[in-house]
Design a binder for this molecule. Structure first.
Ligand code: 5AD
Ligand code: SF4
Length: 434
């Protein structure tokens, strides 16, 4: 009988792909099968995120629960960004943990599994040319890493400390992986990196041909049978005209752009070391919409960064009102170890921080409700990917709206024109039109 693996994945899409890589290695080389039942698992993995403080605090209580409820003899491994940043301390605080595997070391899963109390958290380890076995949670959409690590110095962000310096994966490996995914039936690829449009800045071999992100997109879009290309996250600083023009004119690139604003105040952006101003951000949005009016734009915003005045916050609100984002991921600033901003004075009162976040979120809901009303009766092409329990099948439009229709698995992996019949906050309902 095969051994059972229970894996919990927190955090971003990079973590989801890392989990797929670990599942691939454990299936192929160690004979594991995945299970949803933690109590029945022989190996329990938590793939952690450390971008904000709360999930880190929750990790130890969750580990305690897993340890109490796990099957006798089952191993627990902690992987991902919190593993990178806490390392050995995890085993000190939770001695029943069998191994700790950092976010940049997932290829070593087979090794640590057989060493008791192994800690592999080297952020200089280079996985950029490492070939993993094919395991994909979805047969319809293939997540593909294009770079590892991050070279930016955003003063709030722990990621450069957990994922190390940025190295681009050679484009020929990316194209080969995409081709394989398409040969296996995927019609969409989703390119992943901390800063995708900085692609090509550094390869592990110094004589690698200089291919930038725009050129990588061109090369990938030549793959026959590939219908859609998505990517996350691009950085507003690297959104040059060439990139925006390729984005707008290449029909395979989905017209949905994530533009992490973080703050609308030029002063706060400077303190965050983001490398752009309020005006630059607005100018890029304008350029993007000029070339691609149908684009949907999502963003990340941090409120109450140290020193954020009422006026700075108003600047963020002003950008929101001007851009009218299609989706906002908003967070209260959370001080992180090993970051520059943790030492900043002028910390914002937690109550003020909560008020700002609530105000921003209420405003976004109000603006989005207004915008969504205009979707009623429109027809979009939807790529169906998920079977829902309630007799519906859901998928996404090119510009990233989630739409469900009544239907069954025959629709999965198909493109259909769908007329929107009901508006929701996160998911729309529609009917297939002939
Ligand atoms: N506090 C709050 N939010 C943060 N993010 C990153 N670091 C922090 C932090 N210290 C947010 C940013 C980033 C997203 C993934 O998480 O908005 O874009
Ligand atoms: Fe992803 Fe950043 Fe969280 Fe790591 S810390 S899992 S890179 S969001």
């Amino acid at each position: 009988m095969s051994k059972k693996l229970f894996i919990e994945t927190l955090g971003c899409a990079m973590n989801s792909r890392d989990s797929e890589h670990m599942i691939a290695a454990l299936k192929e080389k160690e004979g594991y099968e995945t299970t949803d039942d933690m109590k029945n698992a022989d190996l329990i993995l938590i793939n952690t995120c450390s971008v904000r403080e709360k999930p880190v605090a929750k990790l130890f209580s969750e580990l305690g629960v897993f340890n109490k409820k796990k099957k006798e003899g089952a191993k627990i491994g902690v992987c991902g960004c919190t593993a990178s940043h806490l390392g050995e301390e995890i085993i000190k605080r939770a001695p029943y943990v069998s191994f700790v595997l950092g976010a940049r070391n997932v290829s070593k899963i087979g090794e640590v599994l057989h060493k008791d109390k192994a800690v592999e958290v080297d952020i200089n380890y280079d996985e950029s040319e490492f070939a993993f076995d094919d395991f994909r949670t979805s047969p319809y959409k293939a997540y593909i890493n294009i770079s590892i690590g991050c070279d930016k110095q955003c003063t709030f962000c722990i990621v450069p400390k957990t994922r190390g310096e940025e190295i681009s994966i050679p484009d020929e490996l990316i194209v080969r992986e995409a081709q394989r995914a398409v040969d296996n039936g995927a019609k969409e690829i989703f390119l992943l990196g901390q800063n995708v449009n900085n692609y090509g800045r550094r390869f592990s071999s110094s004589d690698h041909e200089k291919v930038n992100f725009t050129e990588l997109l061109r090369r990938l879009s030549k793959i026959e049978g590939l219908r859609r290309i998505r990517f996350t996250s691009p950085h507003p600083f690297h959104m040059d005209d060439e990139f925006i023009e390729e984005f707008a004119s290449n029909p395979k690139i989905c017209k949905s752009m994530h533009m992490p604003l973080q703050s609308g105040s030029t002063k706060v952006l400077k303190d965050m070391k983001r490398g752009y101003s309020k005006e630059w951000f607005l100018n890029r949005v304008q350029k993007l919409r000029e070339h691609c009016p149908e684009v949907s734009i999502s963003t990340d915003i941090i409120v109450a960064f140290p020193g954020e005045s009422e006026e700075d916050f108003e600047d963020t609100i002003d950008v929101m009102k001007q851009v009218k984002f299609d989706q906002i991921f908003s967070f209260k600033y959370s001080p992180r170890p090993e970051t520059e901003a943790q030492h900043y004075s002028d910390v914002i009162d937690p109550e003020v921080a909560s008020d700002r976040l609530s105000y921003l979120q209420a405003l976004q809901t109000e603006m989005l409700d207004e915008k969504n009303k205009t979707q009623l009766g429109k027809t979009y092409e939807v790529y169906f990917e998920d079977l829902n329990a309630d007799g519906y099948v859901s998928g996404r439009t090119d510009n990233n709206l989630v739409v469900k229709v009544k239907g069954s698995e025959e629709l999965l992996g198909e493109f259909c024109d769908v007329k929107i019949t009901k508006i929701g906050r996160t998911i729309f309902t529609g009917e297939i039109v002939a």
